[in-house]
Design a protein around this ligand. Structure first.
Ligand code: ZN
Length: 303
């Protein structure tokens, strides 16, 4: 019996409405000691949570959180594609498998094309080259966007003001305005931006107004920064009329309990209506991923 069924059948346990997590990872690309608290901003600050000891524990605890919060799908990326494959096999139908791209060329485009053809991968990114100081409009990323546009893949990119402490990370390489060249060169690209470009609010709103195909997630900032700063940012996008293009994510890395923290940050937002929360938790991602189309087709076939 699946744990979902267990959850539904347990007396007194209220099942959450379904959630899609648009930002999950199989782990971190650098070592974190087991039990280390989660990162936080602004430093000095005390992060909460305890990092998992290994990928197996990370998977187990991530699935527990997904079951608990009824997360029916996760957009999952990892540097090691064999680990991404293990997660997919451990929970069939639950994850959208995607390569984490830290350096252009390190996972070469021809190899990726084969992975997409085989059906093992279904999305692209997180494209995280900004962590190495490489902006989204760098020519080295062009073959990736071209492939994603050709194959009609959903693409996640780290284009924002903040990121992990890495020697070559550059805030200046994260202005959402730098996406303009990408979006004009690839008008069919299905792109979404981590953390809605935090804290480049005005730049991101401008891009979303001008390029209606552009979506955003609210993920790490649900737990990384002070709650007041997150709510100010989220509310600005909702007030700007962009509530239909914001998608929930956890960016849990090696702290699976952050999935629950992320869900609760949205649930507790005092300015969101129940309908706006459902949009962020599920409807917007279903639309972006075209799950609604897939379901409609399935319903037709079942007629
Ligand atoms: Zn991420």
């Amino acid at each position: 019996m699946g744990s979902d069924a267990h959850c539904q059948n347990s007396p007194g346990v209220k099942l959450h409405p379904p959630i899609i997590d648009m930002h999950m990872h199989t782990g971190l690309f650098h070592e974190v000691p087991a039990g280390a608290p989660a990162i936080c901003r602004p430093e000095p600050c005390q992060g909460e949570g305890r990092s998992t000891a290994n990928p197996a524990e990370n998977l187990k605890k991530t699935l527990e959180q997904m079951d608990h919060y009824n997360i029916v799908k996760g957009f999952l990326s990892g540097v090691d594609l064999s680990v991404v494959g293990q997660w997919v096999n451990a929970a069939p139908g639950r994850f959208i498998a995607s390569p984490f791209i830290l350096k252009p060329g390190s996972s070469d485009v021809a190899k990726l094309r084969k992975e997409y053809a085989s059906g093992r991968l279904k999305a692209m990114g997180e494209i995280a080259t900004q962590l190495n100081g490489i902006p989204p409009n760098d020519p080295s990323l062009e073959p990736y966007f071209k492939l994603a546009e050709e194959l009609d893949l959903p693409v996640l990119i780290h284009t924002l003001g903040i990121g992990p402490d890495m020697p070559h990370f550059r805030t200046a390489a994260g202005s959402p305005i730098l996406l303009e060249q990408v979006l004009t060169s690839h008008p069919k690209l299905r792109l979404f931006v981590e953390n809605a470009g935090y804290p480049y609010r005005d730049e991101m709103i401008a891009m979303m107004y001008q390029y209606p195909q552009l979506y955003a997630d609210v993920s790490t900032i649900t737990w990384l920064i002070p709650r007041t700063a997150f709510y100010d940012y989220l509310q600005a996008f909702v007030r700007a009329g962009l509530g239909k293009r914001l998608m929930f994510g956890s960016d849990q890395m090696v702290w699976p309990e952050k999935i629950g923290a992320a869900v609760e940050a949205i649930e507790q937002a005092p300015f969101l209506t129940a309908e706006q929360k459902r949009d962020i938790f599920y409807n917007n991602a279903a639309h972006f991923l075209r799950l609604d189309d897939a379901l409609r087709h399935k319903a037709k076939r079942d007629d």
